[in-house]
Design a protein around this ligand. Structure first.
Ligand code: ADP
Ligand code: MG
Length: 199
C-alpha cells in the first residue's frame, strides 16, 4: 500500500530529477519554445519540496493537492497550470484514504490526465505532455516499471510529430524533429514514481 510518506517521497524525487535535468528540459524548449521549461519546473518543484518539508499532509490525496496548488502558484507558462491540474485532480480523485494501492493510483491518474486534456484541449499525438502521460496512466495498471517505460517511449515518440497545441504549434512543420519538452518532463515524473516504488 502507498501512504502519504510514499507520495511525499515521490514529489521529493521528482524535484531532484527536475533539478538535475533542468538544463536539458530548457534546451529542448529552445528550438520549439521559449527556453524556459526547465527553469519553470525547477522553480515549481523546489517550492513543492520546501512545502512538504515544512508540513506533512497525512493522506496521499492531500500531498498531491498541495503539490498541484503550489505548481499552479509558482510556475508560469502553460506547464504550471497543466501539471498543477494533473496533481490536484489526481489527489482529489484519491479522496481522503490514508493508503491507496497501485490500481487506485492508476485510476486517479487517469482522472488527472483527463483534466489536463480538458484544460489544454490537447489529445495524444499533438506533441505535448499527454503523449507521455496517457500511456503511462494506462500502463500503471500493470506495474510502475511499465508506466515508466511507456512514458519514456511516449516522450521519444513525440520527435517526428508536428505540434498542434501550445507554443510549439506556432512553428507548424518546423516543430517536427524535436522531442517535446513537456513530454520529456512528464517521463521524469513517472520515472521518479517508479524509483520511489523500487522499480
Ligand atoms: P510555455 O510553453 O508557456 O513556455 P513551458 O515551456 O513550461 O510553457 O511548457 C511547454 C510544454 O507544455 C510543452 O512542451 C507541452 O508538452 C506542454 N503543453 C503546452 N500546451 C499544452 C496543452 N494545451 N496541453 C497539454 N500540454 C501542453
Ligand atoms: Mg516554454
Amino acid at each position: 500500500m502507498l501512504d502519504a510518506d510514499f507520495f511525499r517521497r515521490w514529489m521529493t524525487a521528482a524535484a531532484a530529477s527536475v533539478d538535475r535535468e533542468a538544463e536539458r528540459l530548457t534546451a529542448l524548449d529552445s528550438p520549439i519554445g521559449d527556453a524556459d521549461h526547465g527553469s519553470n519546473l525547477q522553480r515549481g518543484f523546489k517550492a513543492v519540496a520546501a512545502d512538504l518539508e515544512k508540513e506533512a499532509p497525512d493522506t496521499p490525496g492531500a500531498v498531491l493537492v498541495l503539490a498541484g496548488r503550489r505548481l499552479i502558484s509558482t510556475v508560469g507558462g502553460a506547464s504550471g497550470p497543466l501539471y498543477g491540474t494533473l496533481l490536484r485532480r489526481t489527489g482529489k480523485a484519491l479522496g481522503d484514504a490514508a493508503e491507496v494501492d497501485r490500481g487506485q493510483l492508476a485510476e486517479a491518474l487517469r482522472t488527472g490526465v483527463n483534466a489536463v486534456r480538458t484544460l489544454g484541449g490537447a489529445a495524444p499525438g499533438d506533441k505535448t505532455m499527454l503523449d507521455a502521460l496517457v500511456p503511462a496512466a494506462d500502463a500503471l495498471g500493470d506495474s510502475f516499471a511499465a508506466a515508466r517505460a511507456a512514458a519514456e517511449e511516449g516522450a521519444v515518440a513525440t520527435t517526428p510529430l508536428q505540434a498542434r497545441k501550445g507554443r510549439a504549434s506556432y512553428l507548424g512543420e518546423r516543430s517536427i524533429g524535436h522531442q517535446d519538452p513537456g513530454a520529456t518532463s512528464a517521463a521524469l515524473l513517472v520515472a521518479a514514481l517508479a524509483e520511489v516504488a523500487g522499480e
